[in-house]
Write a protein that binds this ligand. Sequence first.
Ligand code: NAD
Length: 265
Amino acid sequence: MGWLDGQVALVTGGGSGIGRAVLARFIAEGARVGVLERVPARAQELRSEFGDAVIAVSGDVAQLGDNKRAVAETVAGFGRLDIFVGNAGVFDNFLSLCDFPEGSLAEAYDELFAVNVKGCILGAKAVLPELVKTDGSMVFTASVAGSNSGGGGPLYTASKHAVVGLIRQLAAELGPRIRVNGVAPGGTMTDLRGLSVLRQGERSHFADPSAEERLRTNNPLQIALAPGDLAGAYVFLSSRTDARGITGTILTVDAGAALRAPRRS
Ligand code: NAD
């Protein structure tokens, strides 16, 4: 028996990285999964790999119409919706305010917040009528950058603090029927892209050959997190039985990176 037998989820950004690992694990736990993914080739690939267990919709989380289409297609195919995973995101590659080219700042803000924050809000609005019917739940991908400095530049950090605020507000607003939680990953080896307005979009920050080693040496567990290391947290928070009493919670999975180093005297 799986943790999510008979459940139906919708995952945004499910074509790569953390979203893809969540999707694969949800299916292994007995769920069927709709996906809203910007890159059409990735949506196509999911259809070939997961067959009938997936309905992959190409579209942009920053468009309400695309979110509504993903909900409609998921419900038309699978009959219901129990879980929303708001996960699609983009990065600012740690670009500091001092180094930010002044002429691109406003546009970069619009691009990043459109995906990381507006995408979560529009997704939540689009799934709400279906989650009310099933007493469902939402899990958003926050970040360690949602509770501290140093997990990104100012744009990314501000956007993830906003996601944490959204989780808390929605958890308070949508109870008692709908639970709302988040997962806060630390640095994880994915294809996470930067901003196209800054020409950071062609290559992932983690494609750098030193990235894995840097992640590994930056936490007490000495591991470079992979997307699969995060998936269980989403399964747990989505469980109707094991997480029945959990809402407004952010579960950190960062290999302990946020801990202060022991004093060496
Ligand atoms: P990823 O790039 O591997 O996966 C993100 C997926 O989202 C991609 O398939 C991408 O095409 C899709 N996407 C991007 N913009 C979209 C849009 N507008 N509409 C629809 N789909 C879109 O990166 P990832 O690291 O797996 O990122 C997933 C989430 O995890 C993001 O919210 C990110 O901020 C967060 N996160 C990542 C890390 C990390 O170190 N990788 C750490 C903390 C939080």
